[in-house]
Design a protein around this ligand. Sequence first.
Ligand code: XUL
Ligand code: CO
Length: 436
Amino acid sequence: MAEYFPEVKGIKYEGPDSKNPLAFKYYNPQDVILGKTMAQHLRFSVCYWHTLKNLGTDQFGGNTIIRKYNDSSDPMDIADMTLEAAFELFTKLGIDFWCFHDRDIAPEADDLAETNKRLDKIVQKAKKLQADTGIKLLWGTTNAFSHRRFMAGAGTNPSPEVFAYAASQIKKAIEITNELGGQGYVFWGGREGYDTLLNTDMKRELDHLALLLQMAVDYKKKIGFKGQFYIEPKPKEPTKHQYDFDAGNCFAFLQKYNLLDDFKLNIESNHATLAGHDFCHELAFCVANNILGSVDANRGDLLLGWDTDQFPNDIYETTLAMYIILKGGGFTTGGLNFDAHVRRQSIDPIDLFYGHIGAMDIFARGLKNAAKMIEDKTFDNAVKERYQNWDQGLGSKIEKKQAGFEELEAYILEHGEPKLQSGRQELLENRLNDYI
Ligand code: XUL
Ligand code: CO
């Protein structure tokens, strides 16, 4: 096999004092933290679409990046070379998982039957590369948003034929994910939303989306796919309003349509900020409602209003995120998938390594900080103290449903104005800084 990244031998842990830009300073996969190795906690994954397929294009201009594995006039040749380059990169990074959309790994042909044949060919090659390297599939997914047939959505399309096409595509994508031993399968509603209410029957579209997901659950059970299904919320982009707006919105949708037993959420940092939340809010909401599944780890830009999908680099965010994830029990089937691409000007293959190394190190530091915060119980104690009056007397009566409006009114009439306590935000923020 050709070598696509000859300038990199393999990224190793060298410790915080290392000046080598091609080494980890914090991510030491075998290091044990709170009873598990760093690799087991973090479950890093490379995403195929941004890392291998993104060539620097943006809304204002075409490709800037030239890759050796794209140098052929035959699209299946390109698919073969890209897969080889991908596994070389995964191995050199020392990353344990990967993720893909069906159309990332094999290009569409003239009809669905031929497209599926192409997929089968690539999947067999991927299966061999997985076996040779020990790299596993975190999740697979379907691209039912790029092709023009999906301009008005997939499951929410006004055309039942497009709905059927999406269903056929998802059926195949679940099959290949199963074939590759995928630990999960993601539904991101690429164009499941609307651009104007003037042509949209919202209730009908939501009902259809639920029908599509129910069919996927039925088929998953039929073929014995054991991976976890995830919905990935995003509020807008490409449509003006996406139905899977945020974690709260998805939670309501899953409950309404009785899908909660079969789905968890895949939370993406940059989608959270587009929804007017932050990453940690979305994670905390999922933990509170037992629906946290996996994470697309990236970040946006404070001053750009779109999904810039940059590699994470904020130690505050990764510390707090890992704290919430660990407090929620950590990942089981999920992991940290870098749904991020290098910038339009980062045109060298080596930039892919810098992006991933920085992201892995910043999450490793976040994990270490979070573990220390958990061991010290600093914030646990603060929260416990703040809510302690719910463990006794009046609070305990309310929680046990032993008091209603009349009893509560009688209590206030007897005891008068409630005693107030400081929220101590500044002190707690100072304490957080001590861990960074
Ligand atoms: C789009 C996005 C997707 C999903 C998978 O914003 O995040 O790449 O992660 O379809
Ligand atoms: Co994503």
